[in-house]
Design a protein around this ligand. Sequence first.
Ligand code: SAM
Length: 214
Amino acid sequence: MGLRDDVYRRSLKTAFDRIELAVGSKCADVGAGGGDIAIELAHWVGDIGRVYAIDIDPKRRNEVAEKAAQFTQVIAITQAAEELALPEPVDLAFCRFLLLGVEDPAQAVAGMARIIKPGGWLVAQEPVTSSGRVGHHPLRVDTEAIKHPDIGLDLVRLMQGAGLEVVDTWAEAPCGFGGSDVVSYLEQMTEAKVDKGDTVLLPPLLCAVAKKPS
Ligand SMILES: C[S@@+](CC[C@H](N)C(=O)[O-])C[C@H]1O[C@@H](n2cnc3c(N)ncnc32)[C@H](O)[C@@H]1O
């Protein structure tokens, strides 16, 4: 498991519990990166389910294919979120840390909405970067590499704009101190200097859950 998945993994379980993701479900993990979430999804949907691990970067496809080799239900493919075309509609399209980096988040959300079955789910977990803290100080991130740092706050509007019915939203933030995984993650991702007594609040992930009307 990657460090990101470790520090942000609690919020994944909350989301999958919320939609009661069932064995046999068909899912798409869009912007799959290293594939940690696709593998987590594979455990939830079992051998008879299917998980499309989708990323625009072909190198990521190879990485996921290698990492998920033992999970026959995981299919790694190279596609852009904005132009998704799958062999079958899915019960769940999921993204995390995707929309903050795309040119046009509305097009990416519309692309995901298109591949969902009527009655299926879109779950997005995206950050509110400006809410991160190191002690009392705002957490500094390289916002040049991030096109939409507070995209979490736009999820409801984006989902509604794609014709979906938003049914729930909440936010969860990993928090840590001392030599915790949260501090190691922050030091790996940024140039932050963390004193031993500082509490680190990573950017909360705003989770929005929406349903495609039947
Ligand atoms: C920050 S990583 C997040 C990976 C993973 N979702 C996670 O939470 O650990 C963003 C991933 O989205 C991919 N990506 C960026 N733009 C994309 C697009 N338009 N369509 C599909 N994938 C995209 C990148 O290649 C990268 O692997």
